[in-house]
Design a binder for this molecule. Structure first.
Ligand code: FES
Length: 311
């Protein structure tokens, strides 16, 4: 366990905070390589894993915390309470997502999934390894590290939905070309689907989910629930392997969809009654806990037995 001090906190895009940590004893913190993460023990009693980002040559650690995961407690604390000068305990870095030797590299990031890939981009640039970084965000204002990435011709920020854009951005498989992928589970599933269709082998695809919740699983609740339309009173069960959007479409209800990964907001629909199990990365914590809420039909589920929506 390492004792560190919060040396600085600043905005990265309009949804994330970067946090620089230095050793309390003034020495250099243990070395790390891109893809590594640390466990951060927050005074609110939770332990959260955050990817290290920025240059791995620095003697300090840099993490970036998105507000979209605030409902799990850790990022709410970071965004609302953590202050420069505060002491924290963190683990030594562990790397389950290492950047392996490759002739050419494709980096694919969505949302806060940029954090390990930004570190990889810096390392690849320094090593002279050819690479391209495609970074998918809802809008440019939400992009973290946009200023740092902008001088690099290899780094491209996209506001188009990765669901449609990936087919263009992901080239056919080539010997020596490897991809590192980080983002919501739905994003990585889509990348794998497109890559497989283009002949990529599993061994060429390296991925890490920044949030453990699988949009199509029942996750923590494991319950089937009913979705009800406020306009007509029609109700249908939502099984564990289907999204609300899929159930509605199967019953002839028009649902506006774009990313289908909880990152664009196209499917947000007013909630009339029920308790939403929010699984999207679009809404802030305040929006997810407001009196008048919206549900992302493409990925969110319900804690209550019935969810009445404004359709
Ligand atoms: S379709 Fe993008 S958040 Fe649901």
């Amino acid at each position: 366990m390492l004792s560190v001090i919060v040396d600085g906190i600043w905005r990265e895009g309009d949804k994330s905070l970067a946090v620089r940590l230095i050793a309390e004893n003034g020495e250099a913190l243990p070395a790390w390589q891109p893809g590594a993460h640390i466990d951060v023990h927050l005074p609110c009693g939770v332990v959260r894993q955050y990817s290290l980002t920025g240059s791995c040559q620095d003697e300090s650690y840099l993490i970036c915390v998105g507000r979209e995961t605030a409902s799990r407690g850790g990022s709410r604390y970071v965004h609302d309470t953590l202050r420069p000068g505060q002491k924290l305990l963190v683990s030594a870095p562990r790397n389950l997502f290492p950047l392996l030797p490759a002739e050419r590299v494709l980096l694919l990031a969505a949302g806060i999934g940029i954090t390990p890939l930004y570190a990889m981009a810096l390392q690849l640039k320094a090593a002279g390894t050819p690479f391209t970084l495609h970074y998918y965000v809802r809008n440019r204002e939400s992009a973290a590290f946009a200023r740092e990435l902008s001088p690099f011709a290899e780094c491209i920020i996209h506001t188009a939905s990765p669901r449609t854009a990936l087919a263009e951005h992901l080239p056919a498989a080539e010997a020596g070309l490897h991809a590192w992928i980080c983002g919501p589970a739905g994003f990585m599933e889509k990348v794998r689907e497109v890559a497989t269709a283009k002949g990529w082998e599993d061994a060429q695809l390296h991925s890490e989910a920044f949030q453990p919740v699988a949009p199509l699983s029942c996750g923590e609740t494991g319950e089937i629930f009913t979705v009800k339309l406020a306009s007509t009173g029609e109700r249908w069960p939502v099984p564990a392997d289907k999204t609300i959007a899929q159930v509605l479409q199967a019953n002839g209800v028009d649902v506006p969809l774009s990313c289908e990964m909880g990152i664009c907001g196209a499917c947000l629909t007013p909630v009339i009654d029920g308790v939403v199990d929010h699984r999207d990365s679009v809404q802030s914590e305040a929006e997810k806990s407001a009196v008048n809420q919206h549900v992302a039909l493409c990925c969110s589920r319900s804690h209550s037995g019935e969810l009445v929506i404004g359709l």
